[in-house]
Every structure is written in structure tokens, then in C-alpha cells.
Write a protein that binds this ligand. Structure first.
Ligand SMILES: Nc1ncnc2c1ncn2[C@@H]1O[C@H](COP(=O)(O)OP(=O)(O)OP(=O)(O)O)[C@@H](O)[C@H]1O
Ligand SMILES: [Mg+2]
Length: 328
């Protein structure tokens, strides 16, 4: 009887078996996909969380991002700090920067000096509008820094940070990162201004050499010159260098010093440097101590104020660097 039944349904049975055998891999496939999905959900959630955090931290939102008509700012007069106070956390009792009154004239070289940890990098972060002072104002050509002119100020700044960043890509790609339309000739011009063209030329692949993660395949001085060239390539109206010459040998540094002297006719330069040779051409030297400005003036003027901090800061380097007639 059953056999009969079986017999009678054999074609259907076969069909069912075939269907099942075809379907089975799908079912197990779905099962493993579900498993995979459940294991990626936490990662996806934290990704979304980071995205949200990043979006919330954005200081300029799409609505007020006027990138279409964003114009590079040409600073005509200067950048000013008016009674600026700053601290990293409100709970701190002491201010990192206190009562900063400073005028940085356009198309001049201003040097900021002071001991380590005194607030030099903090001061230039504030000048570039990367951080807001707790009290006081930043004025550009006499106008307060607002969200409208912040973007144009940023786009007109070439910044060489203390810890320069290079991408794991070719030299050309690194150079074009912020100025994608620059021609090959402009790249070489910028490289030679930063006294980097020679070493790039010597590399077997030239501009197309891959420089490794953060530029590990280059020496410290080569990295700094490359980052300086990248900043110059943008033709900024304000060039900011944070100890960008610290890893350079004397020969390359004197080339860069000449470059700065040349560039300062067409752009405003703010430089933080320890070496006397870099700041000798400065039109204005600002000396910071314990978060306050203790001296400002021309290089030779400050060097002669024997009781000031500046002359003790440069003390040992003085004899080497000052022209003999100014050493009394
Ligand atoms: N992100 C931060 N959060 C909290 N404190 C900070 C932060 N960055 C710097 N500081 C503190 O602020 C002070 C000034 O730091 P800053 O980096 O401006 O010094 P600097 O003059 O540039 O020093 P250096 O010559 O070593 O580069 C230091 O005491 C430092 O510890
Ligand atoms: Mg610093």
C-alpha cells in the first residue's frame, strides 16, 4: 500500500527532493549572512556614532558653507589679537594665554619665540581661528573674526605644523593635496623655493616616488621641506611655520631663510623658531613667557635689551649669528 503510494508519488517526491537540494544552500547561505550581519551591527553602530559626532562637531554647516563664493582673503593691513585669554579647560585655574595684545602686520615676518610649553603653538592656533579665545577678539584688517570670514581666512593660510603630515602616496599626490590644479611647473617652483627640488630630482622616480606612511622613507629635514613646498604651492597670503626648520641642517636652513626673506614681500609670515638664523630677518619678534607677551620689537632691538628674556634665550647662539659690528 505504502509502496504503492510511494510509487504513485515518486515523481512528486523526486521533485520535492530536487527543490530541497537546490534550496538548501540558499538557506544555509541566508543563515551565515544573518550571522555575519549580527557580527557587523556593533561595528556599524559605532561607525554611525562617530559620523554623528563628527557632524555635530562640524563648526561650519552646509547651509553657511558658502564654498561657491568663498573667496581667498587678501589681508591688507594685519591680524590682531586684542586682550585675548585662553585656557584648554575651564576648570584650570591658570590661563594658557593671558592678556595677549599683538599686531601682526601684513607682508612682514613676525617671529614668535619662547621656552617649550609657553603657548606658542596655542597662540597660532587661535590666530588661525582653530580655537576660540575665552575672552578677547581676533581681528583681521580691523574686522572681528566671524564664521563668514573664517573660511576665507583659512583658505588663505599655508600652514606648516610642528608635526607635519604627509600621506602614504607619491610626492606629486602629496603636493597636489590642497591645490589639485597646480601645474607641474608650479610644483617644481614651490619645491625649489623650499630647497627640496634637488633631493626630489635625485629620487629615481622623481615626483612619482612613493614616500611611505607619513613620509617614513624621507629624512626629517626632507619631510619638512616637502611640507613647506606644499604650503607655498597654495600661494597663501599668510604663511605659518611652527618650528618647521628644526630638523634642517645649517645649509638648507639658510636657503629657507632666504626664501622667507623673499616671500615676505608678497605674503605675511608668522614663524615659530628656535634658531636665531631663521628669525634674524624678522620685522617683529614676539617673546612669550608663562602665557604672556614679555617683549616685542625688532630682532636687534630685543637682542640689545640685555636684561630681557630674548637675549638670554638666544644667548649662546648670539656670537655666532650676529654680525660683528652689532655685538657690543
Ligand atoms: N590639547 C591640549 N589640551 C590641554 N593642554 C594643552 C593642549 N595643548 C597644549 N596644552 C598645554 O598648553 C601649554 C602650551 O602648549 P603649546 O603647545 O602652545 O606650547 P609651545 O610653546 O608650542 O611648546 P613647544 O615649544 O614645546 O612646541 C602647555 O603647557 C601644554 O601642556
Ligand atoms: Mg609648539
Amino acid at each position: 500500500m505504502s509502496l504503492q503510494l510511494f510509487k504513485a508519488e515518486l515523481p512528486q517526491l523526486l521533485l520535492i527532493t530536487i527543490i530541497f537540494s537546490r534550496l538548501w544552500p540558499r538557506i544555509t547561505g541566508i543563515e551565515s549572512s544573518m550571522e555575519q550581519l549580527s557580527s557587523t551591527i556593533p561595528a556599524f553602530e559605532s561607525y554611525m556614532q562617530i559620523m554623528n559626532e563628527a557632524n555635530n562637531a562640524k563648526e561650519l554647516h552646509e547651509a553657511d558653507n558658502s564654498s561657491d563664493n568663498e573667496e581667498r582673503l587678501r589681508m591688507r593691513e594685519g591680524l590682531e589679537c586684542r586682550d585675548v585669554y585662553f585656557r584648554y579647560t575651564r576648570s584650570e585655574s591658570a590661563f594658557t594665554l593671558e592678556q595677549i595684545n599683538l599686531y601682526i602686520p601684513a607682508n612682514r615676518l613676525t617671529a614668535i619665540v619662547g621656552r617649550s610649553g609657553v603657548g606658542k603653538s596655542t597662540l597660532i592656533d587661535i590666530l588661525m581661528g582653530l580655537m576660540q579665545p575665552e575672552k578677547g577678539h581676533i581681528l583681521i584688517d580691523g574686522k572681528p573674526l566671524t564664521t563668514e570670514n573664517l573660511l576665507s581666512l583659512r583658505s588663505s593660510i599655508g600652514y606648516v605644523p610642528q608635526d607635519p603630515f604627509l600621506f602614504n602616496a607619491s610626492i606629486r599626490e602629496n603636493m597636489l593635496m590642497f591645490e589639485p590644479d597646480a601645474s607641474e611647473m608650479r610644483i617644481w617652483d614651490a619645491l625649489s623655493l623650499a630647497s627640496a627640488s634637488e633631493f626630489v630630482n635625485r629620487l629615481p622616480q622623481g615626483l612619482d616616488t612613493l614616500i611611505g606612511d607619513r613620509g617614513v622613507r624621507l629624512s626629517g629635514g626632507e619631510r619638512q621641506r616637502l611640507v613647506l613646498a606644499r604650503a607655498i604651492l597654495r600661494r597663501p597670503s599668510i604663511l605659518v611655520l611652527d618650528e618647521a626648520t628644526s630638523a634642517l641642517d645649517t645649509e638648507n636652513e639658510s636657503v629657507i631663510q632666504e626664501t622667507l626673506a623673499k616671500l615676505k614681500q608678497t605674503m605675511t609670515i608668522i614663524v615659530i623658531a628656535h634658531r636665531v638664523s631663521t628669525i634674524r630677518d624678522a620685522d617683529q619678534v614676539v617673546v612669550l613667557d608663562q602665557g604672556k607677551i614679555v617683549q616685542t620689537g625688532g630682532f636687534y632691538q630685543l637682542a640689545q635689551e640685555k636684561r630681557g628674556l630674548f637675549s638670554s634665550l638666544i644667548g649662546s647662539q648670539m656670537e655666532l649669528s650676529l654680525p660683528s659690528d652689532t655685538v657690543s
